[in-house]
Design a protein around this ligand. Structure first.
Ligand code: FAD
Length: 442
């Protein structure tokens, strides 16, 4: 009986999972595996908040597989050695996975696939996380896009009508017995030793079910007001799907389908423009993957080379400023509120990310990479493509970037997007009793 290895990475779901579907089509036996090899992601190994998420997401996936008659084998890396070992023991003929798009991960995966193929295995990679492959969209001159509006126009022109997502299988073939003990999730030590994760636990439910529930809630409760409320950090006006997308507990194609389904139903009057606005945000995510793919140096270097020697604040000064910013002690209420939300929930509203990043890079002149690294460690949705684009856009050194001379005024931004001060009062309680007119500039 043919056996396939299903190598889970950042596609931690069973529904609409093309690698899983292909594995079930080709093989009678299936060996789902997760290989823990953070060193292979250096220098962007998962940060603390991402590790927390990963622990819970893998727990959910393992449970989902078990209730369907299968299981998740957890191994430690190196990935190639682990795959070889289990391929030998299971007599597997195939390895299935969904693609990663970070440049270093792609290089590693290509190397692993070629080694496994030398050994006679068939390797197949699939797209579970993007609407468009980064190579598929090019300008009229055949070059990569650097401007979002043109990129998104091209993406919409090429987009095929959405197709209904495939539901997860209700039963899976049992795992072959390899006499190879699975590493326990606890042994991976992904959870913090000092319990700082209370706010994360209160706010998030990692895993596929949590993702689908969050999507359903967003469509029911917030999509209609998305255009008007998506910039207001005090209200739940956005979907909060970013960490679920990051770990592949849901894919953008599933979201696109659900949006179309909801906005085109007869009863949906008026939802269509909200649906477009939301899809456009997913477009920014697509754009960031396009950029990172075509400009792989940008996770460390500015896309705009004129900023390579920018005179950032000297180290000693930068480290004091950075530390005040990280702790939410800058004295700028909207920024401090955002930084404390980040620490507590592992997430920050997009508008506030822009204001906080702008203050750090443009007012305090701290290098954007210092901010990007802090976000990397503290965000549950830390994503190399999105984070790099967000920081370079704000700092003015990336694609389509806010020019270096355009600097957010954080007081005016606070007054505009948190007009009654509910956000600041919640996260910066020492200011809670101030009158509205002083709140954003105490
Ligand atoms: P929604 O408004 O519900 O949007 C839906 C989805 O669209 C999001 O989940 C996300 O996948 C995508 N999206 C929305 N806005 C953007 C955007 N500006 N850029 C790219 N994709 C977007 N997003 C991350 O996922 N990971 C990061 O590490 C990250 N770092 C950022 C750093 C900075 C400095 C800035 C300014 C933005 C960053 N973003 C990042 C983008 C954005 O802030 C988050 O995606 C968004 O806040 C997630 O909340 P949501 O799911 O409720 O968004």
């Amino acid at each position: 009986m043919s056996c396939g290895i299903l190598w889970f990475r950042r596609d931690l779901r069973l529904s609409d999972n093309p690698a899983l579907q292909e594995a079930l089509r080709c093989c009678e036996r299936l060996l789902p595996v997760y290989i823990h090899a953070p060193e292979e992601e250096a220098p962007w190994e998962p940060g603390g908040a991402s590790r927390w998420w990963l622990h819970h997401s893998l727990t959910a996936l393992q449970q989902d597989l078990r209730t369907r008659g299968s299981d998740l084998l957890i191994l430690r890396g190196p990935s190639l050695d682990s795959l070889r070992r289990i391929a030998d023991r299971s007599q597997a003929s195939h390895v299935f996975c969904n693609r990663l798009y970070e440049p270093d991960a792609m290089t590693r995966d290509a190397r692993i696939a070629s080694k496994l193929e030398e050994q006679g295995l068939v390797c197949s990679g699939h797209n579970a996380s993007l609407l468009h492959e980064p190579e598929d969209l090019k300008t009229g001159k055949g070059t990569p896009f650097r401007v979002f509006s043109a990129f998104w126009r091209a993406a919409l022109e090429r987009a095929l009508p959405p197709t209904a997502p495939r539901p997860g299988p209700s039963r899976l073939p049992p795992c072959p017995d390899l006499s190879l003990p699975s590493v326990s999730l606890d042994a991976l030590a992904l959870r913090p030793t000092i319990p700082w994760d209370g706010g994360l636990r209160e706010h998030w439910t990692p895993g596929e079910e949590g993702a689908l529930n969050r999507l359903g809630r967003f469509l029911d409760q917030a999509l209609g007001g998305y255009t008007a409320r998506r910039d207001l950090p005090a209200v739940p006006g956005t979907s909060g799907l970013s960490p679920h997308l990051r770990f592949g507990e849901i894919g953008p194609a599933q979201i696109r389908w659900a949006l179309q389904d909801r906005t085109q139903s007869a009863a949906a009057g008026g939802l269509e423009s909200a649906g477009h606005a939301y899809l456009r945000q997913l477009g920014w995510r697509e754009f960031s993957y396009h950029l990172l793919h075509h400009f792989p140096q940008t996770s460390e270097q500015p896309l705009d080379p004129r900023f390579a020697d920018f005179p950032w604040a000297p180290d000693a000064q930068a480290s004091t400023l950075l530390s005040a910013w990280q702790r939410g002690q800058t004295g700028i209420p909207i920024v401090d509120a955002g930084m404390r939300e980040l620490w507590r929930r592992g997430w920050m509203h997009n508008r506030v990310r822009m204001i906080a990043a702008s203050l750090l890079t443009k007012n305090l002149r701290v290098h954007w990479l210092s901010g990007a690294r802090w976000f990397w460690d503290t965000l549950v949705d830390a994503d190399l493509a999105n984070n790099t684009m967000g920081w370079q856009w704000t700092a003015g050194c990336g694609a389509d970037a806010a020019p270096y001379f355009r600097i957010f005024n954080p007081v005016l931004q606070g007054e505009r997007f948190d007009p009654d001060g509910a956000y600041v009062r919640h996260w910066v309680p020492e200011l809670a009793n101030l009158e509205d007119r002083y709140l954003h500039q105490p």
